[in-house]
Design a protein around this ligand. Sequence first.
Ligand SMILES: Cc1cc2nc3c(=O)[nH]c(=O)nc-3n(C[C@H](O)[C@H](O)[C@H](O)COP(=O)(O)O)c2cc1C
Length: 161
Amino acid sequence: MKSVVIYYSLTGNTSLVAKMIAENIGADIIKLKPEKEIPSTGSGKYFWGGKSVVLNEKPKLLNDTLNLEGYDTLIIGTPIWAGSFTPPINTFLSEYEIKDKKIFLFATHSPGTKTEKCFAKMKEKLIKNRVKEAVGFDDVKKMSAKELNDKVRKFCKNITD
Ligand SMILES: Cc1cc2nc3c(=O)[nH]c(=O)nc-3n(C[C@H](O)[C@H](O)[C@H](O)COP(=O)(O)O)c2cc1C
């Protein structure tokens, strides 16, 4: 089994979880990099990021074309923006022909947010695959190291089982 963690992160939460997962299961890891990044500080990011989601934007990615052929498992991670997945993930899910893969989804978000809508929309774009599990991580930076570690390990166990 060969796995890859593919994710986007603006302020580091999703990066942290993605790196922990990749390390835990020995997966490759790819961060999606949009050509034009919104500012990561200040409240402007909510406006520009939210607008970009609402307008269903698919920003050009700086990554070299990804070759997914050698992977049977994709672990896809996104922050939740405006209740949904982020524009770079939108580009990835829209531009790549993803099929016959085992898929695990994760999202980082603020406390109390319901993740169902975000995951349902991601699953709509992944209908040619088997989406095995989708897990939300809220307020990653406020979790204790042990709490985060335990949650990541539980998720990883389901990936490798
Ligand atoms: C533009 C924008 C919109 C957001 N919208 C939501 C939201 O609708 N629901 C939520 O729970 N968190 C929302 N957040 C918070 C992020 O999902 C959360 O901080 C996430 O962990 C950030 O991930 P990152 O550090 O990997 O960028 C939003 C953050 C930004 C920047």
